[in-house]
Design a protein around this ligand. Structure first.
Ligand code: SAM
Length: 257
């Protein structure tokens, strides 16, 4: 049942879907008509409702991706779901894992890591800009994930405070400057997962990895996703979309070369 204060995805069509907070006396206005949000209280998730004009809409329980794209405030470039899913799966983390991450930015990766480690795990997020910490903190709170995350207004190249971590995730311009700190923070066999937008950075990372010698099982991947427009008359790839995101580099930390 939908309760007052819940976040709900009101889906009219692909172009008109919005995450709203269900509050009595609030109204959602769209170019297809309005919807009184108080009327949603007590309905079951998945219910069909009508906008003021009679147009049909559905009330869906938002997924984490819905919240990230339709409700989180955006402060920085973010990592997209195709890359986030791959990064989490290859890292080997799961329920109960402890992970560090930098930089937090908008908090897309932080939210996905918090979701993946579950209520028994924890995410330590490093971010140099205080204003981004504030944005990410509000975003995580709205997704109900803030209890699993500690955000730190710190430069991760100066050190990682935590020990025995299962994985370290880096989405920042100079990830190689963090390598010396892995020694005291990452469990042997733990994962280092890096996301960077350019090939130049990939080359630099690989060169530093070779020099550092304590990373093995190194992989580099670019994930290419082609989305389709779902139309009964014209099922075909979408003509516009995100054409480039970045590269995912994964590796495992070893005790000695
Ligand atoms: C591209 S954004 C991260 C986006 C984030 N992964 C997401 O999905 O929302 C990169 C962030 O790294 C932060 N940053 C850069 N260098 C850093 C450092 N040495 N320590 C901590 N954060 C850093 C920047 O301030 C910026 O917010």
């Amino acid at each position: 049942m939908i309760k007052e204060g819940d976040l709900a995805l009101i889906y009219v069509d692909e172009r008109r879907s919005k995450v709203v907070k269900v509050v009595k006396d609030k109204t959602l206005h769209t170019d297809r008509g309005y919807l009184k949000l108080g009327d949603l209280i007590g309905l079951e998730w998945g219910s069909k409702v009508r906008l003021s004009t009679g147009v049909t809409a559905y009330v869906l329980k938002p997924t984490l991706v819905d919240l990230m794209f339709k409700s989180f405030k955006r402060a920085t470039q973010v990592i997209y779901p195709k890359d986030l899913a791959y990064m989490v799966m290859l890292s080997g983390i799961g329920e109960g894992s402890r992970v560090a991450e930098a930089g937090v930015g908008t908090g897309f990766l932080t939210a996905v890591l918090a979701w993946a480690v579950g209520s028994r795990g924890h995410v330590y997020g490093y971010e140099i800009k205080k204003e981004y910490i504030d944005v990410a903190s509000r975003n995580l709170e709205s997704a109900g994930l803030s209890g699993r995350v500690t955000l730190k207004n710190k430069d991760i190249t100066q050190g990682i405070d935590e020990q025995e971590l299962d994985a370290v995730f880096l989405d920042m311009p100079n990830p190689w400057d963090v390598f010396p700190h892995l020694q005291n923070s990452l469990k042997p066999s733990g994962s280092l997962v890096i996301f960077v937008p350019t090939v130049n950075q990939v080359l630099k990372i690989l060169s530093h990895m070779r020099e550092f010698k304590k990373l093995t099982n190194i992989s580099v991947a670019e994930l290419i996703l082609r989305e389709y427009q779902v139309s009964q008359e014209a099922l075909r790839p979408k003509s516009i979309g995100v054409t480039h995101t970045g590269y995912v580099i994964t590796s495992r930390f070893i005790k000695e070369p």
